[in-house]
Design a protein. Sequence first.
Length: 234
Amino acid sequence: MNHNFENHNNFNELHDFKEKQYIIDAIKVGDTWRIFRVLSEMVEGFEKLSQIVPAVTVFGSARAKPNSKYYKMARYITGCLVEYGVSTLTGGGPGIMEAANRGAFEKGGKSVGCNIELPLEQKPNRYCNILVSFHYFFIRKLMLVKYSSGFIIFPGGFGTLDEVFEALTLIQTKKIRPFPLILVGSEYWHGFYDWIKRNTLKKRLIDKEDLNLIEIIDTPEEVITKILRFLKLK
């Protein structure tokens, strides 16, 4: 009897779990009306961001502090790029995102934040003079890629790594045209690069040429030069 009772409880728990899944399950068969929200977010994004090109997207940890090396570098790089008419595009949050927006904002450039609505609300940083908020991650990611002519990626966590692999996959599969994918900080990124080389490449899961999609740079001057040359602004 106890065994049957436990099985019954396990079934109920499994059922409750399936019923209470996360935001990704918000779109169900009977919820086709949500398509209109998806379309409205896409339209708003297209309308607000179509005038920001050329632009670079900056990723990195939301936990970086203003006195940290990479915060200062991000702020400096985007401030310099503004002088050549290059806009800055970020996820609109704190840390590296704030630093990048701040650099562009302080030099009078277009400082764009694509904020995401989260259960633990992410507040947009105060250095965005163009702000678009999204409910769906996939639309936000679309905007961060569509209007960018390069990715500058600082050390970060899962979200940052997600963006790295997203960009690599899109370029590798020729879904987007190749653009600079710059990883800033060899002390952080060399382990990542070596892992791909020793494991993924060695097992022939990628081609040797795919490694050329990744470039690790340590100095802000090199980052700026790389972006400007790609945009033919220098």
